[in-house]
Design a protein around this ligand. Structure first.
Ligand SMILES: [Cu+2]
Length: 244
């Protein structure tokens, strides 16, 4: 199935015109290398508005908590909390390098970032539902090097979402605005410091695949851009400077 990209025509209107069954088929292709990264940063649960309880959790992060085969790690790696609970994370970074504890699935997103050995604390409120959210260090490659874990809210469990085909049909394309932090033209990637991408991702600095890579031509570091992410292709399919 071919979807022509026609300038000036609302992409949303195009999607509505296509049946959900057709999109289900289109969505079964293999995800690119960035697929897991995008999936891991999807917002899936919203903080409760009026927390009922409070809990303080002490965590440490650094090389000394790495297990065999790892470089960095957090301790503990499993955090158990109640539903609708205000949680204060008191995190000690024992390394000289930068780390950033992130709960990307939570809306609003939680991130506690710092450079060098020190202790910092920050609070967030858990959702009022039984769900397990992943956390990781958002510094590039640190999660693969061991810095990850889970936040178990209540009984925990997978987030119950609508039928995947329907989600894909309704939310395949996502619009965003951000500033170019880095251009990786050889690998057709761009690192963006972007605002919230509605129904898709919280504000953050993240690397995205761009297809075709030629879309990056003429763009510069520091430039503010508007972009469209294709949830099926797992890539940015349109990116233009703002105000041009
Ligand atoms: Cu880190």
């Amino acid at each position: 199935m071919r979807i022509p990209l026609i300038a000036g025509i609302s992409v949303g209107a195009l999607i509505v015109a296509v049946s959900g069954a057709a999109w289900a088929g289109a969505g079964t292709g293999p995800a690119g290398a960035s697929g897991d990264v995008l999936e891991d940063h999807r917002m899936i649960a919203t903080s409760c508005e009026q927390p009922r309880t409070f809990r303080r959790i002490r965590m440490k992060g650094g090389r000394k908590f790495a297990r065999p085969g790892e470089v960095f790690a957090f301790e503990p790696r499993v955090l158990r909390v109640r539903r609708c609970e205000e949680v204060e994370i008191v995190l000690e970074n024992t390394d000289a390098v930068r780390h950033a504890l992130m709960l990307p699935g939570l809306n609003p997103m939680f991130i506690l970032e710092f450079r060098g050995p020190r202790t910092q604390s920050l609070r967030f409120v858990t959702p009022d539902e039984d769900v397990t959210l992943k956390f990781h260090c958002h510094v590039a490659t640190h999660e693969q090097m061991g810095m990850g874990g889970v936040l178990v809210v209540g009984e925990g469990g997978e987030k119950k979402v609508a039928h995947p085909a329907q989600v894909v049909a309704a939310k395949r394309l996502h619009e965003g605005v951000g500033v170019i932090v880095a251009l990786e033209t050889r690998s057709s990637r761009v690192v963006l410091d972007h605002e919230e991408i509605k129904d898709f991702m919280a504000p953050m600095v993240m690397s995205y695949m761009v297809t075709p890579g030629t879309l990056l031509r003429g763009l510069a570091k520091g430039e503010k851009v508007r972009f469209t992410i294709d949830g099926d292709k797992r890539a940015i399919v349109a990116i233009v400077p703002v105000g041009k």
